[in-house]
Every structure is written in structure tokens, then in C-alpha cells.
Design a binder for this molecule. Structure first.
Ligand SMILES: NC(=O)c1ccc[n+]([C@@H]2O[C@H](COP(=O)([O-])OP(=O)(O)OC[C@H]3O[C@@H](n4cnc5c(N)ncnc54)[C@H](OP(=O)(O)O)[C@@H]3O)[C@@H](O)[C@H]2O)c1
Length: 255
């Protein structure tokens, strides 16, 4: 029974920011469990490479070049997914950007860009996907990549941390609005992980050591650490879980 529920064969969905980093780790888990995927990022070359690697699991993997900050790209993404995969059972809004700097020096242009990519696109894509799911009448699962910074704020990331705070609450509101349609909405909140996004802070030895010392497991996360959480939320194993955020942070918030 539980094995059947975990199996994603026959389920179809989208994952944004899946060319590299944590999105790629999630996509690996979903593809390995049999899902058909549309994967997105702005770079078609890296997407095609990822699609080739993900298709070894046997499912359909369609790369769709998308800038989530562009509304027409989001509409196109939904249309291509419906025509190529025949529908949408899950959506992972994972792509995000960060800009570092003291709050008094943070440019308003950067702030706006962060909100366009990390918040506005998430709402639009979730809304477009939910409309398809409601029409299909079979429910669905929407997963938004949150962050530990929506809990502890951090510093020098005013735009980024507040954007994650926004999606942290959006998860709960969307879960309430779409619960009657059996559409579950949840978050995965990574702690500090070894990806391109953290390359600069990992180069700062003092900060790296401090952050590592704050993790109960004594190490940074890796993309493959996110495959399990992705499969859990996309599958029927989490059929009674909605409006919550799972911290996948190596114990960062418990220290
Ligand atoms: N790494 C961490 O320590 C950490 C901690 C907490 C939360 N997170 C969250 O985890 C998620 C993934 O982060 P990551 O570390 O894997 O980041 P990453 O290594 O920088 O990868 C980001 C992914 O998003 C894509 N992307 C960026 N901007 C995009 C846009 N405008 N349109 C479409 N795709 C876009 C990138 O591809 P292209 O650049 O080719 O478009 C790439 O595939 C994010 O939501 C991030 O906030 C990460």
C-alpha cells in the first residue's frame, strides 16, 4: 500500500529551477519514482543536459526554457505542460534569486527583481496550475521552496528573506483556499546547502565555519538531500498534509 502511494508513475508535473542545485536534486527523486516532468530554467543548454540525465529513469522529461519573472513565459509553461504531459498533478515552485548586501544599501531594483522572481511568479504559477487541477477534478500537490530565513531573518538579505517570509505565509493561505479541491500546498525549507546560491558565503571561511557549527548534523545540505522531501509531497503518502513547511536543514533551526 505505502509502496503504491509512493510510486509516481502516471503523475505529471512541473519543477522550476531544475537545471542545477536543489531543484535538480528534487527532480532526480521525482523522475526516479516514475513521474513525468517538465523542467525549467532560463538556460536551455543546461536544461537539455539535465533532461537527458533525468530521462534515464524512463519517464517523459520535457525541458521548457522559462524566465519565471516573465508572465508570458509562465502562461507558456502551463500550456506546454498540458499539451506535452496531458495535465498537471504537481507543481514545484523552486526557482529563486538572492542579492546580498546591508539593508541600507539594498537597491530598490534588486528588491523588485527578487519579489518578481521569488514571490510574484510563485503566485501566478500556483494560480495557473490550480485552475488546471480544479478543472481536472483530481486534486493535486503544490510545493513552494521556502527557506530557514523565513523563520530567523538572517542578515544582509532583506529582499530575499522577506520574499521567503511572503511565500511562507502564501503556502498557508493557498492551502486554505484550495483545500476544498483537494489541492495540497506545502513548503520545503532548506537550511544552508552547497549550491551556486551559497558559493560566495562558503568562500568566507569564518562564516562557513560558524554556519556549519550551527547545524546539528555538522554539514551543509546537498541537492540529493531534497529528493525524499520532493517525493513525499508529490506522492499520495502526504495525502493529509497541507499548509505546512518541512524544514530540511540538518538541524540548523534546532541549534
Ligand atoms: N542553497 C541554499 O542554501 C538554500 C537555502 C534556503 C533556501 N534555498 C532555496 O532553494 C531554492 C533553490 O536554490 P539553489 O540553492 O538550488 O539555487 P541555485 O543553485 O542558484 O539554482 C537556482 C535555479 O533556479 C533557476 N533560476 C534562477 N532564476 C530564474 C528565473 N528567473 N527563471 C527561471 N529559473 C530561474 C536557475 O537556473 P538559471 O539560472 O539557468 O535560470 C537554477 O536552475 C531557491 O528557492 C532558494 O531560495 C536555497
Amino acid at each position: 500500500m505505502i509502496k503504491e502511494k509512493l510510486n509516481l508513475k502516471g503523475k505529471r508535473g512541473i519543477i522550476t529551477g531544475a537545471s542545477r542545485g536543489l531543484g535538480r536534486g528534487m527532480a532526480d527523486g521525482l523522475a526516479e519514482m516514475g513521474a513525468d516532468l517538465v523542467i525549467t530554467s532560463r538556460n536551455m543548454k543546461s536544461l537539455e543536459k539535465a533532461a537527458g540525465e533525468l530521462s534515464v529513469y524512463g519517464g517523459q522529461v520535457v525541458p521548457v526554457q522559462t524566465d519565471v519573472g516573465v508572465d508570458d513565459d509562465l502562461k507558456n509553461l502551463i500550456e506546454v505542460t498540458c499539451s506535452e504531459l496531458g495535465g498537471i498533478d504537481f507543481l514545484f515552485c523552486n526557482a529563486a534569486i538572492i542579492r546580498r548586501g546591508a539593508a541600507h544599501e539594498h537597491s530598490i531594483e534588486d528588491f523588485d527583481e527578487i519579489y518578481r522572481v521569488n514571490v510574484r511568479s510563485v503566485f501566478i504559477l500556483a494560480q495557473l496550475s490550480a485552475r488546471v487541477m480544479i478543472e481536472q477534478g483530481r486534486g493535486g500537490s503544490i510545493v513552494i521552496t521556502d527557506s530557514v530565513v523565513s523563520f530567523h531573518g538572517s542578515h544582509n538579505v532583506a529582499g530575499y528573506s522577506s520574499s521567503k517570509g511572503a511565500v511562507h505565509v502564501l503556502i498557508k493561505t493557498l492551502a486554505n483556499d484550495w483545500g476544498p479541491y483537494n489541492i495540497r500546498v506545502n513548503g520545503i525549507a532548506p537550511g544552508f546547502c552547497e549550491t551556486d546560491m551559497t558559493e560566495d558565503i562558503r568562500k568566507n571561511e569564518e562564516r562557513y565555519d560558524y554556519l556549519t557549527s550551527r547545524m546539528a548534523l555538522g554539514r551543509w545540505g546537498k541537492p540529493e538531500d531534497f529528493a525524499g522531501a520532493a517525493v513525499y509531497f508529490a506522492s499520495d503518502v502526504s495525502s493529509f498534509v497541507t499548509g505546512t513547511t518541512l524544514y530540511v536543514d540538518g538541524g540548523f533551526l534546532s541549534m
